[in-house]
Design a protein. Structure first.
Length: 335
């Protein structure tokens, strides 16, 4: 049995985590869940969005499955997601976007994975007022070491998963020092992998290319903010935030979460699509080397999408809800 810290989170978090833990149990995953609190709910209850007890448990067990957490906009506490990524140095944010059977989308055969640098860029939270309420500044940090490890992670993944091409995305024509350094390191690392095609694109062109011809992309590696935006764009190509998972991986800790947020507009209505968190959980099973369980879940999910679309949640064209969808996947796992 593998101990995993489970953070149900805010909004739709408890609904989708309970769906996913049920599917994993039925599929035979060898996991012992250790549930703990974080986010807005924890803030209201304990006065801190990330209680020390939660940090201690993550520190001890090193692997987390996390529901979405609500972050106040503009003011209030710092994003717990960002804090956890920094605290445990989870430098690779990995977000696959793959076309699914029977999901309505103008695009077919999309299969790309974004590797987003997760600890630096504009997300270090160094902002200041130069002139209160009139002039604010934000600092972006890019270092050679942090660039190298995320770019290496992308190439290593490409190599071990038989992927053919890595596209590095930057804005080195304008941000010549920060994203220029990222590009320079990318060119160096690419030389270590002559068997993998390397390409670099400027971020605005990249956004257009992803919409015009997304099938040309395989592995994408980029800095924090560009990765945040482009990976959501990639989700949109395959059916939206409800169907794409993500992993945050460091050298000795990992956190698996959905790409979407806490969806307060639909919380508590059983309309939440658990597929995104289920994909994150499948990435976790891959990481834990419980690959057989992962493939069983994937096959059950594909069969439900293909043959029983009506049980799915409305965001992907079904007329069911979180429970009917979950039950159908559990039933498909049994035969
Ligand atoms: P959101 O992702 O929560 O919602 C955007 C839209 O997508 C909404 O219409 C929502 O109903 C829909 N949606 C999202 N997930 C869905 C699912 N599983 N099934 C069906 N529909 C789904 O983004 P929003 O509204 O910008 O953010 C809400 C809160 O979530 C904010 O406090 C934000 O900070 C937080 N957030 C947390 C993240 C995390 O914990 N990793 C990531 C993104 C946002
Ligand atoms: Mg985001």
């Amino acid at each position: 049995m593998q101990d995993i810290v489970l953070i149900p989170g805010d909004g739709i978090g408890p609904e989708i985590t309970s769906s996913v833990t049920k599917i994993l149990r039925v599929a035979g995953a060898e996991i012992n869940w250790i549930e703990c609190k974080a986010g807005e709910g924890a803030f209201k209850e304990t006065g801190t969005p990330i209680p020390q007890e939660t940090l201690d448990l993550i520190n001890k067990h090193r692997i987390v499955l996390k529901g979405p957490l609500t972050t106040p906009v503009g003011s209030g506490f710092k994003s717990v997601n960002v804090s956890l990524r920094q605290e445990f140095d989870l430098y690779s944010n990995i977000r696959p976007a793959k076309s699914l059977p029977n999901i309505d989308s103008p695009y077919r055969n999309v299969d790309m994975i974004t590797f987003r640098e997760n600890t630096q860029g504009l997300y270090i939270g160094k902002e200041q007022w130069i002139d209160q309420d009139e002039h604010a500044e934000s600092i972006a940090v890019v270092t050679r070491n942090a660039s190298r490890r995320i770019i290496k992670a992308a190439f290593e993944y490409a190599k071990s998963h038989d992927r053919k091409k890595v596209t590095l995305v930057h804005k080195a024509n304008i941000l010549k020092l920060t994203t220029g350094l990222f590009l320079e390191v990318g060119r160096e690392v690419a030389k270590e992998y002559p068997e993998i095609e390397f390409q670099d694109l400027i971020v605005d062109n990249m956004a257009m290319q992803m919409v015009l011809n997304p099938q040309q992309f395989d592995i994408i590696v980029t800095t924090n903010l560009f990765g945040d935006i482009l990976s959501d764009l990639a989700s949109g190509l395959v059916g939206g935030l409800g169907v794409t998972g993500a992993a945050n991986i460091g050298d000795d800790a990992a956190m698996f979460e959905a790409v979407h947020g806490s969806a307060p507009d639909i919380a508590g209505k059983s309309l939440a699509n658990p597929t995104a968190l289920l994909f994150s959980a499948m990435m976790m099973l891959d990481y834990l080397d419980q690959k057989n369980v992962m493939y069983r879940i994937l096959s059950a999910l594909y069969r439900v999408l293909q043959d029983q679309k009506y049980v799915c949640t409305p965001d992907i064209g079904g007329s069911g809800n979180t429970i009917t969808y979950t039950e159908a996947i559990c039933a498909a796992l049994k035969y």
